[in-house]
Design a protein around this ligand. Structure first.
Ligand code: DX5
Ligand code: ZN
Length: 227
């Protein structure tokens, strides 16, 4: 089993003190950071670009950063985010005309390769490109905003994706992103999810320490049960 990782989505952080917010969640046990890029075209919201990512790296934040690009067209952004400090770049198949080329571009730029799958997108396309992937990120909300309601069809989708990964014989992480609260963690762990992207459930809590400990402890309990 891949290591289970907690990846807070900074979309819900306080942007006035972004560096401190990131250092805090990492201090209390987050494993990596999820950086949502939105363009007001592919999704109806606008967030941050490569300069903000670079300033996070310049602020001595060295954890892995998953740059989830919800922008179209996407190719020209990939080298910019790679140079600014992305560890993983995750893109949506509908944001490019030529998916193989875009995934190759991520790898050529030295980053791990992720694809994100929206709730109403069929997973058939995975068969054609699964050999290029390090991470499959399953969206459990339509992308664009934090604090939306978790779509329960996600469980079926995770199961179907897991089957495809097993058939491929490759070591690919499964990440879920959107609306995750405490009650979703255990069922997702059981289905094989190993990266939890969580925004508002962490950043809207008055104690990052206690909410992160609660999540991490449930992951430890699950592992103890399985072993
Ligand atoms: C939604 C983003 C998510 C979002 C998650 O489009 O991709 O990463 O920030 O936030 P919560 O956990 O609040 O849904
Ligand atoms: Zn995201």
């Amino acid at each position: 089993m891949n290591k289970v990782l907690l990846s807070p989505s900074i979309l819900s952080a306080n942007f006035c003190i972004l560096g401190k917010e990131i250092k805090n969640v990492l201090k209390f046990g987050a494993d990596m950071i999820h950086f949502d890029v939105m363009d007001n075209h592919y999704v109806p919201n606008l967030t941050f670009g490569p300069m903000v990512l670079k300033s996070i790296r310049d602020y001595n934040i060295s954890s892995p950063i998953d740059v989830h690009i919800m922008a179209k067209p996407v190719d020209s952004l990939i080298p910019l985010f790679a140079k600014s400090g992305a560890s993983i770049i995750t893109i949506h198949p509908e944001s490019t005309y030529h998916l193989n080329r875009t995934l190759d571009l991520i790898k050529e730029n030295g980053c791990k390769v992720g694809v994100a799958i929206n709730p109403a997108i069929s997973i058939d396309f995975l068969d054609d490109i699964i050999d290029k992937l390090d991470i499959i990120l399953i969206m459990s909300v339509d992308p664009g905003f934090s604090n939306q309601k978790f779509i329960s069809n996600t469980y079926k989708k995770v199961q179907a994706v897991k089957k495809k990964i097993l058939r491929s014989n490759r070591n690919i992480s499964i990440s879920v992103d959107g609306g995750i609260k405490f009650c979703h963690i255990y069922p997702l762990l059981k289905l094989g999810v190993n990266i939890f992207v969580i925004g508002s459930y962490i950043f809207r809590n008055s104690s990052y320490k206690s909410v992160i400990h609660k999540i991490k402890n449930s992951i430890i309990d699950f592992k103890n049960l399985v072993v």
